[in-house]
Design a protein around this ligand. Sequence first.
Ligand SMILES: *Cc1c(COP(=O)(O)O)cnc(C)c1O
Length: 419
Amino acid sequence: MSHFKITCSKCGKTLEDTYCAFCEHCPNSLLVTDYIEKEFRDDQGEGIWKFNWLPVHKPTSVVDGPVVFRSDGLGKELGLKNLYISFSGYWPEAGAMVRSCTFKEFEAAVVLENARDNDVDGLVVASAGNTARAFAHLSEVTGYSAIIVVPLMCLDEMWYLEPPGEVPTVIVSDGDYSDAIDMARKIARMTGLPFEGGVKNVAKRDGLGVVMMEAASTIGRLPDHYFQAVGSGAGAIAAWEMSMRFQSDPRYAGVMPRMHIAQNLPFAPMVKAWNRGERTLRKEDLAPELIGRISTRVLSSRYPSYDTMGGVYDALSETGGFAYGVTNEEVAESGALFERLEGIDIVPAASVAVGALRQAARNGNVGADDVVLLNITGGGEKRLKQDARAYGVSGLHVSKKTPEDELKFTLCWILSNIY
Ligand SMILES: *Cc1c(COP(=O)(O)O)cnc(C)c1O
């Protein structure tokens, strides 16, 4: 018997355990995993597989989770006595062994293992950087195929742990992350391989929810506040959903973390909408021109899950949350501050969350004694490069205007190299 069911958060319909299912009645709502065990457990296996609330039956991989620790340096600097940091990256001195250097690795692991459980042969994944590296790495580790689609404009910030040629990669030479998503959908349709599915994939959200599980496991309770830089919104929705799941366990019930989300100005569509009190994103806030002006491309999704039922807007309103815009200057300053005080480099997107926490500490959105969880979604890239080699990303170039018959040739070539 399966240890979970999948239900529609809107109509309550229960679905079979199929890969990335959707509810045919409620296209704009999220399905959620309903685990039979209502008590949280962290003794089921190694790494992230020690948690009982993951939609995977028999994991085949070894995947390390984040480390959660009480901050000394940054906490003191900001006047927060109970600041906990969840670090997803490479920092062996602190026990952090996530070699792809972001929390996308948990998502990739759970999505791939869940797809494998469901007899899916391979996946198509779109990424602006970190997801690509995480899936590339996990598909190498698990021997499971993924076709990765990335925009050329993000390539200079991208790297793989695998040498060139090992990971099937399609590079969209014109357009941004959202165009890569469109291309991935097209490739999925043409190859018959499923698209990774983004935020609608329960395996993806529960995988990202590992951060909240590790925090609960280490701290012994849920935090009062949760800080994260958001792009698609999946990570924050995951943290919120996981916190709700904990409410059914009497040892953790009663504390619901407030969601604090952050984006990099001037491209901050969700932050701007929330601070205007609006459930709908404005077109002018999604202008591609704004994306060129931020230092954190991984936060540049023009298709975030904001107004979706059970999306970021609901997560913020249900928890009394806050949203912060962080300028490029604050991003750089916050990253340097974190590295100086905590002793490890972090990725720019994580610095956006640090910038938000600094604003919150200044304006009183968090109290000195509150238990705060800061999700450092990625870090240790500099540290990793002392121990391992990073490779530039290469692949087959296509244009978003490439006609389908021409695209077919590219795909045949890629598929013949995978299978
Ligand atoms: C993807 C990513 C985010 C944003 O997460 P979403 O789930 O897309 O909102 C934040 N930080 C890092 C390092 C990321 O890679």
